[in-house]
Design a protein around this ligand. Structure first.
Ligand SMILES: [Zn+2]
Length: 246
């Protein structure tokens, strides 16, 4: 393949722009915010589950408390009813009176026990409520932290996309200077090796960093300026410049 030395040199500009585009794509994939957000999302999901568990427990205890309070009311109502019967004077038999009195005592004892149960449930409920509130705070703080990381990620992506658009636009200008067949070869090699063209600098291919043999250097020296050369080692297009050491 033949191409003007100037067109061949433009391949180096193209390769530089392609490397810049690759670096931008790599930065896009490896933004620290991406890992941060992923980790925060995992923690958020775990906290959200813990909030639901704590709220469920608090809700269960609230129902338990209502039930226990209603038990207290039932016992208290029975005790009140017995007390009224006692006070009414309607019960006259000593045996019935004694039974009624002992039932009142037993109901009062029962009420005391049930009130203890209510207090114990209330304490557990308070602890569960405060645990749920604490977890909600942690969850909401994490959501805010994650939102801030998402904002930073979006800002970084916008910046990267802007730079990538500039690189693409400059690449369009450079590739316009390169003949179609040379450009096609470059693109094919780029696809295969990541970089399609490399400079020959100081007797060394800058693509694979291998030093060319004296025989190869002599062959290159003898080659016409418009001949498109390839590195024997890495097969990339080898571009001659004043720095080539020829
Ligand atoms: Zn090479």
């Amino acid at each position: 393949m033949k191409a003007a030395p100037e067109a061949q040199k433009r391949l180096l500009d193209l390769a530089e722009l392609d490397s810049a585009a690759d670096r931008l794509a790599h930065r896009r994939r490896t933004l620290p915010e991406l890992a941060e957000i992923e980790e925060q999302s995992k923690r958020y999901a775990k906290l959200a589950t813990e909030v639901i568990e704590a709220e469920t427990e608090a809700g269960d205890l609230a129902r338990e408390q209502t039930k226990a309070e209603s038990d207290v009311d039932t016992v208290r109502a029975r005790a009140d009813r017995d007390q009224k019967r006692l006070d009414s004077g309607a019960v006259t038999s000593p045996k019935d009176l004694s039974n009624l009195q002992s039932e009142i005592v037993s109901l009062q004892r029962r009420q005391g026990d049930l009130e203890e149960v209510v207090l114990e449930i209330m304490e557990r409920r308070e602890a569960a409520d405060s645990k749920a509130a604490d977890l909600r705070t942690q969850r909401d703080e994490l959501a805010a932290t994650r939102a801030a990381a998402e904002d930073r990620r979006d800002a970084a992506l916008t910046e990267i996309d802007k730079e990538a658009a500039e690189v693409r636009s400059r690449r369009g200008g450079v590739s316009a200077d390169i003949p179609a067949d040379l450009l096609a070869l470059y693109e094919k090699l780029r696809e295969q090796y990541g970089v399609g063209a490399a400079m020959l600098r100081g007797g060394r291919c800058q693509g694979c960093k291998v030093a060319l043999s004296i025989a190869e250097m002599n062959r290159i020296k003898a080659a016409p300026h418009d001949e498109v050369l390839r590195c024997d080692e890495c097969r990339r297009i080898l571009v001659r410049t004043p720095e080539s050491g020829l």
